[in-house]
Design a protein around this ligand. Sequence first.
Ligand code: HAM
Length: 425
Amino acid sequence: MPAITAPRGTQDILPDRSPRWEWILRSHADLAQRSGYALLETPIFEATELFERGTGAGTDVVEKEMYTFRDRGDRSITLRPETTPSAVRAVLQAHLDQETRPVRVRYAGPQFRYDRPQAGRYRQFWQVGVEAIGEHSPGFDVEVVDLAWRYFQSLGIEGISLQLNTLGDLDDRTRYRAALVAYYTPHRQQLCDDCTRRLEINPLRLLDCKRDSGLVAGAPDIAGSLSAPSREFFERVQSGLRGRVPYRLNPRLVRGLDYYAHTTFEVWHESLQGAQNALGGGGRYDGLAAVLGFPSTPGVGYALGVERILHVCETAGLGPNAAQRTAITVISLDAASLNVALGHADQLRGAGREAVVDASDRRLDRRLRNAERSGSRVAVIVGSDEARDGTITVRDLVGRSQTTTPAAALGEHVDAILRKQQSDA
Ligand code: HAM
């Protein structure tokens, strides 16, 4: 029988990579928390309609990439392809916006998109993100873009650029859509199949086409369709960012999701190629709440791809790279002493030290070698004799010497050995 392997487009984060993975998640949670963003957990599956209406029926994500199924109650359920519609739903369903505005939330978790797997593109991938829900002021766009930028700075990632654009409000986009249709219609014969459809349902997405890039270069800019208030809004976003975030204006940045209005942005990394070069993206989505059936409520946020960040950090050697090492291994020599060994390990851990218990039936020399290989620097050996007379054998796995100590002094004794190893190193 062939062994079962992980589904296509998924990956395991094994212990040799997980310290860095955790560091990436923790760094984001810490920074966002210190910036006022509280943790929000939402279900991994939602009613399919949430994404059809929120993310948008004409987007690639909803049209081609969703994991949708009927549950046993015959409801249409979808594994979330992103978390922004869920965050808006959760905040407004609980009326949190009636207490404070904006409601600042952060999240971290798996997302699901049935896309063609390749480097940097998975069918299950993780995002960390924030949403600031309830305020229309450009100051919050600045806050969110600035937070994303500070996060990448805090990880020490170089070679990133922040791409910034505006899509204006609904009226601006209606004008812009008409300008794009007028531009593309005479070239209809040259369009790829996808773009012929996009011309009908979502002309902004024509700007994302890699195949028709010659046409893209000549397409009109959004700037020509912006109203005076929209231009002023974008100017205020830029003036807030100036001197803090070295953004680059990119009038072609339309993003793949339907709900954006005004500010959109992406963080690109020089090492990532093609369509997979974005470490993250976000923007303002003032119309999203209303299409979900809630009172109209503005919002702005971002989501960042954790696998892509991990890849960049691994390549650049950023963050912790060692697999977990536990400094102390407590070895119980026989079944009768296991209980005492577990007690010693608890006592050691209680004082903030790290201890792992080895209760295997293998020979002592093998177990000492195993402890050494896994990175332990001290072995505490507990047998029936030790358990009876209250003394413990402690082996310095670096200096290769062995001593005994009264059980009550175990912690200090181990600390002294670890300190000596450090000063000898
Ligand atoms: P998004 O651009 O679809 O935006 O995704 C954000 C980031 O998630 C991407 O830049 C990328 O790093 C990562 N990502 C997306 N798809 C994949 C994939 N198949 N494999 C690996 N990584 C991927 C959103 O999801 C919006 N919810 C962002 C947002 C928040 N806008 C406002 N608030």
